[in-house]
Each structure stands twice: as structure tokens, then as C-alpha cells.
Design a protein around this ligand. Structure first.
Ligand SMILES: [Zn+2]
Length: 205
């Protein structure tokens, strides 16, 4: 990780919502275990003036991805219901940028870039490197990473800040291999936090 990381990096937190965490309608196993490390990163990024962007699934109640409408999933993340809220332990800053996706009944979107302003927002912020965390590895994280690469961002997967659905046991591993094969880099939460802090020290001295 080079020092360029400092000025042009953004943290993307994908879909850390109640319904995707234990107790929710589409819970990802251990989904809540990533919240504490993500909070540490949110702190490191915001302290250094770097943007943090939160995506959320934000479905109408008759969304086409729901079982009763022919989709793959139980109802989840229905607009303005508790299940769609960010997990209460996630530290979402007051001025955070939130990207709502799959907001129309007949369209699904696993990627935070799909049908949203995310790419434009990142470009306006002069972001070159994106660091992706959140839920779930094998769906929304994977597709967000792939679209970040398509949009020519240098894209990192924060490997210990993601969890997968794993309908098949190997789905997450497969997703990670796919992202890496397309050009994504892997980084740990600790190493990323260290890089951000080191840059902060260097640029203030
Ligand atoms: Zn959804």
C-alpha cells in the first residue's frame, strides 16, 4: 500500500443493516462480528478527512427479489422499517453519505453502483482507491467490488471486514477468488488502519 492511500481513499461499508445481521430476516452468519473492526476504520478515515460511504438495500415491500414475488430471498430491508436500519452498533457519522439501492419494485441491485450516483460521488471527491467492507461477501460486496473495478477505482477488499451468505459452503471463497482475479487487492483491517494512521502522521509532521 503506497502513501497515495492518504489523500484519495474512501471506505465503502456495504449493507450493514439489521436484516443482514443475526436476528434479521436474511441474517448472514457472524454478520455482526465485522461491526467493531469497521467502526475502527470509520474512525480512522473520518479523523483524517477521508470519505466513508454507506450503502443500504432499500426495497419497497413488494420487491421482486422477495420469495412471494418470484425472487430468491425472504422479505428484507423494506424501506422505513427497523430491518432496513443500519445495525445499531455501527457508528454512522451524522454527515455520512448513504447510498440507497434497489429502491424500485421491479429492479434488484447487488452492487452499490447499480442505478445509483456512487461512481459520480467518488469521482467528485477525487477518490482513486476504494476499500470495501460489509455484507455479504458473495452478493453485494462481490458486485460492488466488481463495479468499482469497472469504474477504474483501485479496489481493495478488507478481508476480515466481510462475511458471506454461503448458500453453498464455498461461495465466499469463490467470490473472493473472482474479485481478486478481476484485479481487486486484499488487505486486512489492521494493515489498512495502520496505513491511514502512518499517512496522517507523515502529512502532519
Ligand atoms: Zn435485497
Amino acid at each position: 500500500v503506497d502513501l497515495n492511500i492518504g489523500r484519495k481513499s474512501a471506505l465503502i461499508v456495504v449493507d450493514v443493516q439489521r436484516d443482514f445481521c443475526p436476528g434479521g430476516t436474511l441474517a448472514v452468519s457472524e454478520g455482526d462480528e465485522i461491526i467493531e473492526p469497521i467502526n475502527n476504520l470509520i474512525k480512522a478515515f473520518t479523523k483524517n478527512g477521508l470519505p466513508v460511504i454507506f450503502t443500504r438495500d432499500w426495497h419497497p415491500k413488494n420487491h421482486s427479489s422477495f420469495n412471494e414475488y418470484g425472487g430468491l430471498w425472504p422479505p428484507h430491508c423494506i424501506q422505513n422499517t427497523p430491518g432496513a436500519e443500519f445495525h445499531p452498533k455501527l457508528n454512522v457519522p451524522k454527515d455520512a453519505i448513504t447510498i440507497s439501492k434497489a429502491t424500485e419494485s421491479n429492479k434488484d441491485a447487488y452492487s452499490g453502483f447499480e442505478g445509483t450516483e456512487l461512481a459520480n460521488i467518488l469521482r467528485k471527491l477525487n477518490v482513486k482507491n476504494v476499500f470495501v467492507s460489509g455484507l455479504a461477501t458473495d452478493y453485494c460486496v462481490k458486485n460492488t467490488v466488481i463495479d468499482a473495478l469497472k469504474n477504474h477505482f483501485t479496489t481493495h477488499i478488507i478481508i476480515d471486514c466481510i462475511r458471506g451468505v454461503n448458500l453453498k459452503l464455498t461461495d465466499s471463497d469463490k467470490a473472493i477468488r473472482k474479485m481478486v482475479s478481476l484485479g481487486a487487492k486484499k488487505i486486512s483491517c489492521e494493515r489498512l488502519a495502520m496505513s491511514i494512521r502512518r499517512v496522517a502522521v507523515l502529512s502532519s509532521s
